[in-house]
Design a protein around this ligand. Structure first.
Ligand SMILES: [Zn+2]
Length: 198
């Protein structure tokens, strides 16, 4: 076996804190405090060991980032007023509902209310969002480079995978990642037109 040499890349500087590393193997499912003790997909915790897997978020760190508003780049808490999203998309709640995401939104949220769908990416500090944009070819290549202010209210939606219960072999749902949706106070009276625009 090859010895595992710690990477020279620095977590939180060269590689986002939320990124998985090759030595962080999946760890089955089990109760996880990030989802209040519900069953969740688990993964070993060895950031900085092996090679960074840029396209894969670490399961636990991703959930931590959304639950505790930790910046996915540096892993430190983001204070209200310094939460920024480049990849999030503003959409009316009605548009998301029409596209099958009704379960992701509070039932009492009006269809014309604009939300900021951040997917699985928690907001970053302004300085970290700017650094990411400069360093990451994927972010730099996106047509939308605007940093959007994350609103003070939000909702968290668990995304599930099917896991096998070890003893009985039965399928059980386990949380993989957490989706984050910011709730703005803006309304879009013409939201039905956006549906047609696609
Ligand atoms: Zn940060």
């Amino acid at each position: 076996m090859q010895p595992v040499i710690p990477s020279r890349l620095q977590v939180g500087v060269d590689v986002p804190w939320v990124t998985s590393w090759s030595e962080e193997q999946p760890g089955g499912v089990g109760p996880c405090p990030t989802v209040d003790g519900q069953m969740a997909a688990l993964q070993m915790w060895k950031p900085g060991v092996g090679k960074p897997l840029y396209s894969r978020n670490h399961l636990r760190r991703q959930r931590d980032s959304v639950r505790a508003m930790l910046c996915p780049m540096c892993g430190e808490p983001t204070p209200e007023g310094d939460r920024w999203s480049q990849t999030g998309r503003f959409q009316a709640a009605g548009v998301l509902r029409a596209r099958g995401f009704a379960h992701a939104l509070p039932a009492d949220l009006d269809d014309d209310r604009v939300v900021l769908d951040c997917g699985a990416i928690a907001p970053l500090h302004f300085r970290c969002a700017q650094a990411s944009l400069l360093r990451c070819p994927h972010l730099g290549g996106m047509p939308d480079k605007d940093l959007k202010a994350f609103p003070p209210a939000w909702t968290v939606v668990p995304l599930y995978v099917e896991a096998k219960q070890q003893v009985t072999g039965k399928s059980i749902p386990a949380v993989s990642f957490l989706q984050l949706i910011g709730l703005t106070i803006t309304r879009d009276p013409d939201w039905r037109q956006r549906l047609a625009e696609g």
